[in-house]
Design a protein around this ligand. Structure first.
Ligand code: WQD
Length: 348
């Protein structure tokens, strides 16, 4: 029996994970269950598949409780909380996250990402749920001159409605924190999540044509895509291609468990903070491609094409605060993450 996480009343902590069948959500559910938490998932399968539940069970020998609920349906959300009044915490992943789609369909993003957040937070207040973790993003910073990016870096105007929903989401949390007598929350600002679980039983499931770099690389190597397009090589970087901070999804999942431990142990009744989750190291597209070819043994078919609208040149995290606040730092390398992505791709 894994070590059980006990509340003061000696029962197992029960955690709601919204979007728990999604990419980062499913990996976090695995780590929570490995630590003995009881997990309840809400996921409407808009960007995931039900078989992810089997992958979670195969890894942890525990099938989490699962509900298919549209979080923008206030009545359905209220009904769920009425029958789950014993939650010790919530990790809120559920949101649309395709930057390009948010530019062409802004209302879809504002409606989904913000209405669902407010519907949940209203129940957090009603049932006095004390610990809340919000899935935020480095997109809240926009294009910054000062690097690495710290949590006190300015939040420039978001370059997409998606990024704006994350900025507004953080503002909502901060306002709720200021107005509450009992509410502890952390907003985790992810840099670029990549990789898959070491078992290759769960991983990233891009539905349709992948928008992100690494799934496009693995699908190209697997022959599903013809050729990777590298969006621009005239950026002010050493090899001209964009630089990003690629973080292994297993490191990211563990940061959520650490955040929950920090919140539940905090004596103070109220708390709010934001934390960057990255490796602290930037890698260019060409470096990612070279590393992938080395770990996979595949030669990648790619071509340099014009820049993609909305891309920024360089972004990587200052990881000082994550170490201080969460006592957490990444363990995996870019090569580890890319090999795990490739193993996952081959398992599909
Ligand atoms: C990375 C780099 C592209 C695809 C997004 C979200 C951000 C966060 C991480 C959630 C860029 C280049 C990509 C391709 C390419 N998600 N690229 N060819 O745009 O840094 O960030 O994912 O929190 O919110 O904005 O990630 O993987 O799309 O792109 O050359 O086919 O790879 O130009 O430089 P991005 P990405």
């Amino acid at each position: 029996m894994p070590f059980q996480s006990l509340t003061q009343s000696n029962t197992f902590m029960k955690i709601l994970v919204t979007g728990g069948l999604g990419y980062i959500g499913s990996h976090t559910v695995v780590e929570l269950q490995n630590k003995g938490y009881k997990v309840v998932i809400i996921d409407n399968l808009s960007n995931s598949r039900l078989f992810v539940l089997d992958g979670i069970e195969a890894i942890t020998n525990t099938k989490p409780e699962y509900h298919n609920i549209d979080l923008t349906n206030q009545e359905a959300v209220n009904q769920f909380f009425k029958t789950h009044q014993d939650l010790d915490g919530i990790i809120h992943f559920a949101a649309y996250k395709a930057v390009g789609e948010s530019i062409s369909q802004p209302l879809k993003y504002y409606q989904n990402n913000l209405f669902s957040l407010v519907n949940i937070l209203q129940n957090v207040k009603t049932y006095n749920i004390k610990n809340f973790i919000f899935s935020s993003s480095c997109t809240v910073y926009g294009e910054l001159k000062q690097l690495p990016i710290t949590e006190s870096s300015p939040k420039l105007k978001a370059k997409s409605p998606y990024g704006n929903t994350k900025q507004i989401g953080e503002d909502i949390l901060e306002d709720l924190y200021k107005s509450s007598k009992q509410f502890k929350a952390i907003a985790l600002r992810y840099f670029n999540p990549i990789g898959a679980h070491k078992s290759a039983k769960i991983g990233e499931l891009p539905l349709g044509v992948p928008q992100n770099l690494v799934p496009y690389i693995t699908q190209t190597a697997a022959g599903i895509r013809e050729q990777l397009q590298v969006f621009g090589d005239t950026y002010p970087t050493p090899d001209g291609t964009c630089i990003r901070d690629y973080i292994h999804v297993e490191d990211l999942a563990l940061a959520h468990v650490k955040s929950l431990e920090v919140l539940t142990k905090k004596e103070a009744a109220t708390f709010y903070d934001t934390v960057n989750l990255g490796t602290g190291t930037g890698s260019s597209i060409l470096e990612v491609i070279k590393t992938f070819e080395t770990v996979s043994g595949q030669i990648l078919n790619y071509k340099i094409v014009p820049k993609r609208q909305g891309d920024i040149s360089t972004a990587f995290a200052d990881t000082t605060k994550a170490k201080q606040v969460l006592d957490w730092e990444t363990k995996y390398t870019l090569a580890d993450a890319l090999l795990s992505s490739w193993n996952w791709q081959k398992s599909l």
